[in-house]
Ligand binder design. Structure first.
Ligand code: HEC
Length: 134
């Protein structure tokens, strides 16, 4: 066995551990969890992304195939992280974890995520994948 073989084998063994979302159960969120996001969404997101997530002059749509194709199958954590670290675009870093979780639920449900646990926690988002377009 040469010197390269072992490191290559070791890397191959770790590749499946990188979360692609491919083998994860599909995310579900409770209606009331998504509903909690409405006031925050209206105050901090609707200006750019539209009242109904349809997009507008200052931001892209957060629903529909054009948006969701890039997100479906990804761990739900990715969407949560994208939101909490980069949004609102004009004031990033101001959302609380609970607000971000609720907004993640709102976006996922709007794009077709089924009913799920009544209190899906942020710590569970690594283990669930965003579902395909409905
Ligand atoms: C001042 C305008 C503005 C506000 C307010 C804003 N956004 Fe955005 N958002 C943008 C723009 C512009 C982009 C595209 C540029 C980028 O990706 O950074 C974007 C991108 C995004 C994306 C990625 C879209 C994609 O196609 O993957 C998400 C998700 C998102 N915003 C969520 C939110 C949420 C949730 C809020 C409220 C907490 C919010 N945004 C508030 C302007 C805004």
């Amino acid at each position: 066995m040469n010197r390269l073989f072992l490191p290559v084998m070791a890397m191959a063994m770790f590749i499946p551990a990188i979360a692609t979302g491919a083998d994860l159960p599909l995310a579900g969120f409770a209606q009331d969890q998504a509903a909690q996001a409405q006031p925050v969404y209206a105050e901090k997101c609707a200006l750019c992304h539209g009242d109904a997530l349809q997009g507008g002059d200052h931001g892209p749509a957060l629903k529909g195939a054009g948006f969701w194709t890039a997100w479906q199958g990804q761990p739900a954590r990715k969407l949560y992280s994208r939101i909490i670290s980069t949004m609102p675009y004009n004031d990033p870093g101001t959302l609380t974890p609970d607000e971000t979780l609720a907004i993640t639920a709102l976006i996922a449900r709007t794009n077709g995520a089924a009913d799920g646990p009544s209190h899906a926690a942020a710590s569970e988002l690594d283990a669930i994948a965003l579902p395909p377009v409905r």
